[in-house]
Design a protein around this ligand. Structure first.
Ligand SMILES: [Zn+2]
Length: 126
């Protein structure tokens, strides 16, 4: 029963994080600007600045983007076999950049929510 409740809670927190909301209350904004974490939630005053995302957010972002863009690139190459490399680059480089930049804050919110749920905290500075 407790594990089931805990399971529901983590998915709720991940959902809030993916919507770039505070993983504790789901109301306050998690970010100030594009990727800067709002250290203290303006709604519930939780300390969200202590939860790291570090390289996990870019890693998962690129994992998702790669799984979307590589099959799309292969499919375009199959459908339009005469499409030159120049045009493929002209189409797919901006699409990849836009998708990556759009997903990065979303994924970072999810990573911070997972860190908050499991109590993973940034190591104190020496
Ligand atoms: Zn909050």
């Amino acid at each position: 029963m407790d594990a089931e409740k805990n399971g529901k809670k983590i998915w709720q927190k991940i959902g809030w994080g993916l919507r770039r909301r505070c993983p504790h209350c789901g109301i306050g904004k998690l970010f100030r600007g594009y990727l800067t974490v709002e250290a203290i939630c303006p709604q519930c005053h939780a300390d969200n600045g202590k939860f790291p995302s570090d390289d996990a957010a870019p890693y998962f972002t690129l994992l998702v983007v790669g799984h979307i863009m590589v099959p799309a690139l292969l499919e375009i190459g199959r459908i339009f076999p005469d499409l030159s490399v120049f045009w493929q680059l002209l189409i797919f480089l901006p699409l990849t950049a836009i998708l990556t930049l759009a997903l990065l804050p979303v994924v970072k919110g999810g990573v911070i929510a997972v860190a908050a749920h499991f109590g993973v905290k940034r190591a104190p500075l020496a």
